[in-house]
Structure formats: C-alpha cells, structure tokens
Design a protein around this ligand. Structure first.
Ligand code: PLP
Length: 359
C-alpha cells in the first residue's frame, strides 16, 4: 500500500553527484570550489559553544541580508536568505506556481528543476538550447504559449558554462508571462572583463528573481546557504509566508556573514579557478576534446570521435581515483562535465586522459 500522492509516486528523486568517503579521490564531479573558505570561519568554529545554540536563530537572517543588500546595492527587503540556492528554487515554485501549471526551462538544464516541478505536480516545458548552448529564439514564445508562471534560466549555464549577456536576459524578462528566475550559482567565476552585472535587471523588472549561493564561489557547499535578490513583491511572500520558520540555523548564519564579508579571500580563489579553467581547456583541446567556452568553474567537453566513449572514459577515470560527471541524457552522452580543480588535480586528470586516449 502506498500513501504517497500520485505525482510523488510517479516521480524519481534528484540524483546527486557521487560523494565518496575517501579523501584521496580527486573530485571533479560536483563543481565544488577546490580552495578552502575564509580562514576566519575556522576561528569562529573554534570559539563556538553548545550554549550558543540554546536560543532560536534570527528568524530572517537579518544581518546576512543587510550584508548581501549592501554588496549588491539594494535595500535589505530585496534579499531573502535560504538553505542553499536549492531552497530558493523550492520556494519560488511553491510561492508562484499553481499545481498543474507549466514551468518553462531549457534543455539541458540543472537537473533539480524537473524534480522540484514534479513535487509541486506541475507540468514542465523544456525548450532545447541552440547548438552553442545559447537560448533559442523561440524560448520566450513557447513560455508565453503555455502561460508559464515561472521560467528558469541558469546563467552561466549548467552544464555547458555558456554565458548569456544581460541584454538577452532583459529581453526574456520583458517578454515572459510570469517570474523569471536567473540562477547565478556560478556567477563569481565570470571573467570580470565581461562586466556582467545582472542587478540592473532587479531594479528594472518586477518579475526578476536572482539566485546566488555560497556553495561554489565561497567554498561552502557543506554549509547549505544561498540567497535570492528581487523586488519586495517577489521576496516578501517567500520571506513572510512560504519559508520555514527559522530556515537557517545560528551557526550557518554566522559563518555565512563571515564568508560574504571576506570577499577578498573568496575572489582570490575565483582568479585561480579562471586561470586554471583557461589552462585546462587548452590542454584538453590539445588532447582532442572539443571544449565549450565556459564562464563557470567547470568545462563541458565532447570526447574525441575515434577513441573510447564518454561513459567509458568516465569509468576508467573513476577506477583510477578521479571523478568527473557523465550525464546519460539527450545531447550529453558524448560529453563529460569536468570541474576545474587545483593545478595538481587538473594535472593528474590530464595525465590519466593522455593515458586512456593513448596520447
Ligand atoms: C549548485 C547549484 C545551485 C545551488 O546549489 P546550493 O548548494 O543549494 O546552493 C543552483 N543551481 C545550479 C545550477 C547549481 O549548480
């Protein structure tokens, strides 16, 4: 006997990337930052006492929201703090989308989106991306056709790393019928020379909600802390109604405040990742991979035609202690997504790939 709702019984849960226990594995499969977070976090952790947890935490993470608002040049009522970016996605769906309505997204996209949509018993519109992974011209038209109350765009895109410019996002925002959520999980790795600044969208459009996370840029995937930026018409219902009361514990809030304030530390890791991204991309190209241009901390590469297939290479790397991501999904079966690691980790990967390909 099953007690689940029909839509829950029919659906499959999110399949996370592998998280091996042994510390020797080189993990290039889940886009974690390879460099440690701010050392000031260690000082805080060393000073904590059990009694710090006796009281409930600040209910809406006020201090963190002030800091984030300051950083982005918006008032604090434009910011909501969430348990990872993933909680913001869930809140956006439960707050803005009726069960049965259609959520618009690209194909491929972040594989959590369809899962969360199914939990809410929603339909999903998946519009294929163009060959260069840019959003195709009919994306907006099709989102309008289904009257999508929510459109989800990852920028820089996952799993390709492709970056849409702010002008393109503005034209999507002005044309979609509902909320446009711009998932900027990887925004910190964008080349600063491109001057990408999407905050203008929040000021201009009442339907734009931006997702940020400390998981990637701030080396805190284990913390579970993210936030959303949007006008109060979007932020307030989530902050005041649909969010779990006390969604963020006392310790996470204090760590997140320290991490966000120490942007100097984090931005050094972003520079190193960008430099390694360029080096790794060039070396992979030399090995015969086709490397999609990426503004994120990963590379989507197509394996050389003649040799072993992508899944085979993934398995061989895994058996030799290096994890990358293989997606058994339309358009991705001849590709691997490789997180940019430290110089030494990338060197090991390149050495093994040279071996596997016989170069
Ligand atoms: C990592 C990621 C997120 C958010 O992850 P959290 O760890 O929950 O903050 C959101 N979208 C994409 C595309 C991601 O890769």
């Amino acid at each position: 006997m099953s007690f689940e709702r029909d839509n829950i019984r029919r659906m499959h849960g999110y399949a996370p990337g592998e998280q091996p226990d042994d510390a020797d594995t080189i993990k290039l499969n889940t886009n974690e930052n390879p460099y440690p977070p701010s050392p000031a976090i260690d000082d805080l952790l060393n000073s904590l006492r059990g009694s710090d947890l006796r009281r409930y935490p600040p209910p809406t993470a006020g201090r963190f929201r002030e800091l984030a608002a300051d950083r982005h040049g918006v008032p604090a009522d434009h910011v909501i703090a969430t348990r990872g970016g993933d909680e913001l996605l869930r809140l956006a769906i439960t707050t803005f989308v009726e069960p049965g309505a259609t959520i618009a997204m690209t194909q491929p996209t972040y594989s959590l989106y369809p899962v969360l949509a199914q939990v809410q018993d929603c339909r999903i519109l998946e519009v294929p991306l163009a060959d260069d992974w840019s959003v195709s011209p009919d994306f907006v038209e099709r989102a309008c056709e289904v009257q999508a109350p929510l459109t989800l765009v990852v920028n820089p895109h996952a799993p390709s790393g492709h970056l849409l410019d702010v002008q393109s996002l503005a034209s999507i925002a002005s044309a979609v019928p509902g909320v446009l959520l711009v998932d900027e999980a990887y925004v910190d790795f964008i080349d600063p020379a491109l001057n990408y600044d999407s905050l203008a969208l929040v000021r201009e459009f009442e339907n734009v909600l931006i997702l940020r996370t400390l998981s990637k840029g701030y080396s805190l995937a284990g913390l579970r802390f993210g936030y959303g930026i949007g006008q109060p018409g979007l932020v307030r219902p989530m902050l005041e109604k649909t969010r779990d009361s006390y969604n963020l514990d006392t310790i996470s809030q204090r760590i997140a405040e320290i991490a966000l304030a120490d942007i100097e530390h984090a931005s050094k890791s972003w520079e190193k990742v960008r430099a390694e991204r360029a080096r790794l991309g060039a070396r992979l190209t030399d090995l015969g991979f086709d490397v999609a241009p990426s503004q994120a901390n990963f590379l989507l590469v197509t394996v050389p035609g003649a040799g072993p297939g992508a899944e085979d290479i993934y398995e061989q790397l895994k058996s030799r202690g290096v994890l990358v991501r293989y997606f058994s999904q339309p358009r991705l079966t001849d590709k691997l997504r490789i997180t940019v690691g430290t110089g030494a980790e990338n060197d090991r990967l390149l050495e093994l790939l040279g071996d596997i390909l016989g170069r």
